[in-house]
Design a protein around this ligand. Structure first.
Ligand SMILES: [Zn+2]
Length: 236
């Protein structure tokens, strides 16, 4: 862990988290609903950037400091590990996006296409630039293959166990597959497995605490992302 780069990650993550707060607020709506542009309480106007409080009723919007602290933590870990390498921008991009996606998934149990789909070309271009800078053409080809493999695996799981995984999880799996396979096949395997392990551990804990029942559905996106992050840090 490079502490200098980790400090850069804290600052960059706090800024990115604040910048993404508006996106999380707008997209934290049920599937099919248009992006939210007004206060859920009084339908009053909400600041487009940094929506902390409703301008009319002064109700607090979102959890104070949560996206900023979470993104700062993730980017500190990622830059502490990948800082100075050609692929650090790609990993920070996916890290910041991942925190926003996890926040939306926890709130409304969905991973909006508006965030996952445009991330494919962006991440592929960032990894291609890293491949050019570091002469890692093989890693780029492996990343694209990993994207296909993990998307196909999640698609199969979703077909085998309908209702457990949604379309958003499959699209997110493709992004995780890109990043993890860039680091190598062991990272892809570990990341994919850890997602399910984390989900099982947390589900058992929630069951034991009677916070959920066997029929409850819990969102999978945060576990998929958490597993990918752990694998990237440990094996990447
Ligand atoms: Zn209001």
């Amino acid at each position: 862990m490079d502490l200098g780069w980790a400090a850069v990650g804290v600052a960059a993550g706090a800024l990115a988290g604040a910048a993404l707060r508006g996106t999380v607020f707008r997209l934290s709506v049920p599937a099919g609903d248009p992006p939210r542009t007004t206060c859920p309480c009084c339908a009053g106007p909400v600041p487009r950037w940094l929506p902390l409080r409703c301008r009319r009723c002064r109700r607090r919007l979102g959890t104070p400091l949560a996206p900023e602290l979470a993104t700062a933590t993730v980017l500190a870990l990622l830059l502490g590990r990948f800082g100075g390498q050609p692929d650090m921008v790609a990993f920070c991009y996916l890290g910041a996006l991942g925190v926003s996606l996890a926040a939306i998934d926890i709130t409304v149990q969905r991973l909006p296409d508006a965030l996952t789909l445009p991330a494919y070309p962006v991440l592929i271009v960032l990894l291609a630039l890293a491949a050019l800078a570091g002469h890692h053409a093989g890693s780029l080809v492996r990343a694209l293959a990993g994207c296909v493999v993990l998307t196909a695996a999640y698609l199969m799981l979703a077909l085998l166990r309908p209702g457990q995984l949604g379309g958003g999880d499959i699209k997110l799996a493709g992004l995780a597959g890109l990043a993890l396979a860039w680091l190598g096949w062991p990272a892809l395997l570990a990341g994919a497995t850890l997602g399910f392990v984390l989900s099982a551990v947390v589900s058992l804990g929630l069951l034991a605490a009677r916070r959920i029942t066997l029929r409850s559905q819990i969102c999978f996106g945060p576990f998929l992302l958490g597993g990918a992050l752990l694998a990237a840090l440990a094996i990447g």
